[in-house]
Design a protein around this ligand. Structure first.
Ligand code: ASP
Length: 402
């Protein structure tokens, strides 16, 4: 019998805790697995974002989609993602899962450069002077900026080049997804290496667990408030739709999202449910849902910010309001850039960390519980996509069953 990935991760987690606690002196025998795993994940970030954004933009930019419908859809995506991020920000500041943790990490960050540019400078610096420099240094905002521009202008060239480039970037994206999924299969080994090392360096393992528990609580509570209060309010007051009826209509895709942790894999079920149960036209679903599955990720956006704040807290780094604001902005971009596959949100956290000048090694801290949180945030991603389709259909004057 094949054990599902999240169970494998849980088992690896439990074993690695025992290993780190009782075989401290032998941790070097396994810690390399974590290092290799994180390096492999970092390897795919730049090409994954680049191809994901370019192919996404090309799909939006063609046809008559960019008119009123496009504008409405994008506004919904941005507003709900921001709402989600702010909810996450509230909870992580309220619960403060990482503050005061004696994780022994703060001494490692001396000499780290914090992001101290003014907002104006940050915006100006998004335009790279040399794209290869941005690629090699992992200047994510610049890479995203370039990808958007490049994708947009692919739609403006003659049809021979357009078809070629569209196919080229779509195919490259497919390959990058396959590579990422391949790497992700090794998560249990990565978790084993990383967690064993983190645990072996802890004086107080109980405190570590307490912190991780609080961190998960902050993410899950914020997700529940966003999915259970904010989005239903939008459904009720903007869409004039009964939230409970809509929830019933999309239960199957939500459960699928929860068990697969992939918005893309869930997409066919989301489309069927929204069309057949909610009664939304194919014209709206075929535009909003595929787009939503790749760029509208409320759960992921929220998670990006909470995770980055947790890492900052655990390293004893106090973020100013201004830095938190930059965090909100980059979490939004990171969620747009994340592909609809398991752990894509985790891969993207480096964007937020590098924009805030936080140590990239921090991701090792949250890896162990990422896969569990992924199930929750993916369901919220799909829930928000489905709410968007319904609200937009209503605003276009469609008669629905909900
Ligand atoms: N797994 C998520 C999704 O497919 C993306 C993420 O990792 O946050 O929607």
């Amino acid at each position: 019998m094949k054990i599902k990935l999240h169970w494998q991760i849980l088992i690896a987690f439990a074993l690695s805790v025992l290993f780190g606690a009782f075989l401290k002196d032998y941790v070097y025998l396994v810690s390399w697995m974590g290092t290799i795993f994180l390096r492999a994940l970092r390897m795919v970030i730049v090409p994954l974002i680049l191809t994901s954004i370019i192919s996404g933009i090309v799909n939006v930019g063609t046809g008559e989609n960019l008119g009123r419908l496009g504008l409405k859809t994008l506004s919904y995506y941005i507003v709900t993602s921001l709402l989600a991020i702010v909810t996450g920000l509230f909870f992580v500041n309220l619960i403060k899962p990482g503050v005061g943790s004696e994780l022994g990490l703060s001494d490692k960050v001396s000499g780290l450069e914090m992001a101290t540019d003014s907002f104006g400078d940050t915006l100006i610096n998004i335009i790279p002077t040399n794209i290869f420099d941005a690629f090699s240094k992992g200047g994510m905002l610049s890479i995203i900026f370039f990808a958007i521009i490049f994708g947009f202008f692919i739609t403006k060239v003659n049809s021979k080049s357009r078809v070629f480039l569209t196919d080229f970037f779509q195919s490259s994206f497919d390959v990058m997804m396959k590579i990422t999924m391949f790497i992700i299969r090794f998560t249990p080994l990565g978790v084993f290496g990383i967690v064993a090392k983190v645990v072996s360096e802890q004086a107080d393992i109980i405190s570590l667990f307490e912190r991780m528990g609080l961190y998960m609580l902050a993410v899950i509570l914020a997700l529940i408030v966003h999915a259970g209060i904010s989005l239903p309010l939008l459904l009720k007051f903007v869409g004039k739709v009964n939230p409970l009826k809509h929830l019933k209509a999309v239960t199957t895709p939500l459960l699928t999202a929860f068990s697969t942790s992939s918005s893309s894999a869930t997409l066919p079920l989301t489309m069927t449910a929204v069309e057949e149960n909610d009664g939304v036209s194919n014209k709206i679903t075929s535009f909003t849902l595929p787009l939503g599955a790749t760029i509208n990720m409320d759960g992921t956006a929220l998670y990006e910010l909470v995770a980055a704040m947790f890492i900052a807290q655990a390293y004893g780094i106090e973020l100013t309001y201004y830095q938190q604001f930059i965090g909100v902005f980059t979490a939004l971009l990171a969620s747009i850039g994340a592909a609809g596959i398991p752990m894509a949100g985790f891969v993207m956290i480096s964007i937020v960390l590098s924009a805030l000048g936080l140590p990239l090694e921090g991701v090792g801290l949250i890896l162990a519980v990422d896969r569990i949180l992924d199930m929750f945030r993916t369901s919220v991603n799909v829930w928000s996509d489905s709410c968007g389709a319904v609200i937009i259909a209503k605003s276009e004057g469609e008669k629905l069953n909900v």
